[in-house]
Write a protein that binds this ligand. Sequence first.
Ligand code: SF4
Length: 324
Amino acid sequence: MDAQQLKAEIQALKKETGTIILAHYYQVLDVQDVGDFIGDSLGLSRKAADVKEAKNIIFAAVDFMAEVAKILNPTKTVIMPDKEASCPMANQLRAAQILDYKKKHPGLPTILYINTLAEAKAECDVICTSSNAVEVCSAVANERGVGSILMGPDKNLSYHVGKRTGLKVVTMPEKGCCYVHDQFAIEDLTLQRERYPGARVVVHPECKPGIQDAADYAGSTTQMLKYIESEMKNCKEFIIGTEQGLIDHLQRKYPALTLHSLSPVPSGISCKNMKKTTLAKIHALLLKIKAGNVKKNEITVEASVAAKAKSSIDAMFKYSTASG
Ligand code: SF4
């Protein structure tokens, strides 16, 4: 079956089985095409919590995002086309490490990036995303009357928060990062600016501090998207420091813009974990749903972990006005 046939069958099977597909911007365009909602982690969390009619939620993303959907909407069947699609950054921080850090830094609020496992979320006070990290960390620190926080697992997001809030941020683990965004080098930025002198540089806060500082704008996936949309009347060319899926999404949506990856490699940088989801796997999963045979693809979170993790996620919604 070619891509068009697969897409047509997927649409029909979604209706027949009462299934909704939530897809991250880092998915390939073919997968984004069959998504009922495309978003970043904050947008997807809000959407997952809101799903009412559908019985099943297919998560076209990585495992921690599907776990969030299950925690927020436990009566739904949350399934992944490929359960091996796991986030290496989330896997860098286990619950036991957080307990150790808390012992060493008593009294500090513990704020975790949403890119964490459910067992880690269960051991923190509040969750944040890159869209609302500055807002959430600043509100929590003000409320507690402290100048320092514990944060994990991304040292680069910690830098972003520290720079904008003036807080001292202790990162758990010290060198945690996203291998995709951490690959961009300051030399890449210098080279791309020389090649495209009229272009603005827009980067994700998972990029290294030197890149954030040298860019024209640093913000979450949705914030980058909004920045480009608001500035495109003044500038038609952008150098973008994030996963290739967002660049492809924007290029298709705005063909009049000239977009380059911050990486000088023509294909840009992709997350191989996000790319484990394919149209063929989504199609195969829908057939399994139809046959009532999804156990192997289903996401489950142990009830006591889910309850604790949910209260940290709910706390984020209390502190955050960002929509995703
Ligand atoms: S892009 Fe980075 S943070 Fe996102 S899933 Fe891949 S490794 Fe994890």
